[in-house]
Design a protein around this ligand. Structure first.
Ligand SMILES: Cc1cc2nc3c(=O)[nH]c(=O)nc-3n(C[C@H](O)[C@H](O)[C@H](O)COP(=O)(O)O)c2cc1C
Length: 193
């Protein structure tokens, strides 16, 4: 039997009390519970300068971009919780995807994204849950070669959405999140054969 799929999980926010980190952590724990192998990472632990071609030409990739590239390569799937800034994705998420897409020696730019399948979600204190950013996350990931699952979850009113244990208070949202995580695991397992 093939190994359970490895899924890299992170949020597009570095904020200490980020709702999207909470959501990403929850996705990681549900993925583990449903038969996948999740690795949660906090992008705060991988600080990188804003992408700058001159910096890349002069110094190559920042060490954290290298570490992230390697992590992406070691996982078959991605699960991302994205905040919405002015109807868009965050600079942190874009900068991360951009640095990871740069070649590093023998490792081609888009290698970390090859054959990857992703599940996306978002949380916002606002009513729409960051829904406007999700098509842009989808587009960005597609542009680098990632297949993004059609189902997604946007959690509005995020300040009241999680209970003290970090679970979703709303049963319907919890079921939807599980369905997304399960679909990601099943799709990856089928891909692995
Ligand atoms: C520059 C900026 C723009 C924002 N624009 C939106 C927005 O368009 N829609 C929205 O729902 N929330 C918006 N917010 C509020 C964020 O959803 C909120 O700060 C949220 O907590 C960020 O995600 P995090 O908790 O994971 O850090 C914005 C926040 C910032 C800082």
């Amino acid at each position: 039997m093939s190994q359970s799929p490895r899924i890299l999980v992170f949020a597009g926010s570095a904020r200490e009390t980020s709702f999207n980190k909470r959501l990403a952590k929850l996705m990681a724990s549900r993925i583990d519970a449903l038969g996948g192998q999740a690795t949660f990472i906090d992008l705060r632990d991988y600080p990188m300068p804003l992408y700058d071609g001159d910096l890349e030409d002069g110094e190559g990739l920042p060490e954290n971009a290298r570490r992230l590239k390697q992590l992406f390569i070691e996982h078959q799937g991605l699960a991302i919780a994205s905040p919405e800034y002015n109807g868009f994705i965050t600079p942190l998420l874009k900068n991360t995807i951009d640095w990871v897409s740069r070649p590093d020696g023998d490792i081609g730019g888009l290698v970390p994204y090859e054959n990857k399948i992703a599940a996306i979600s978002g949380a916002s204190p606002g009513g729409l849950g960051g829904l406007r950013a999700l098509p842009l996350v989808r587009q960005l990931l597609s542009n680098v070669g990632v297949t993004v699952l059609p189902n997604q979850l946007a959690i509005g009113g995020a300040s009241k959405a999680f209970d003290d244990q970090g679970q979703l208070a709303d049963e319907g949202q919890a079921k939807t999140l599980d369905a997304i995580c399960q679909r990601l695991i099943d799709t990856l397992a089928r891909q692995q054969g």
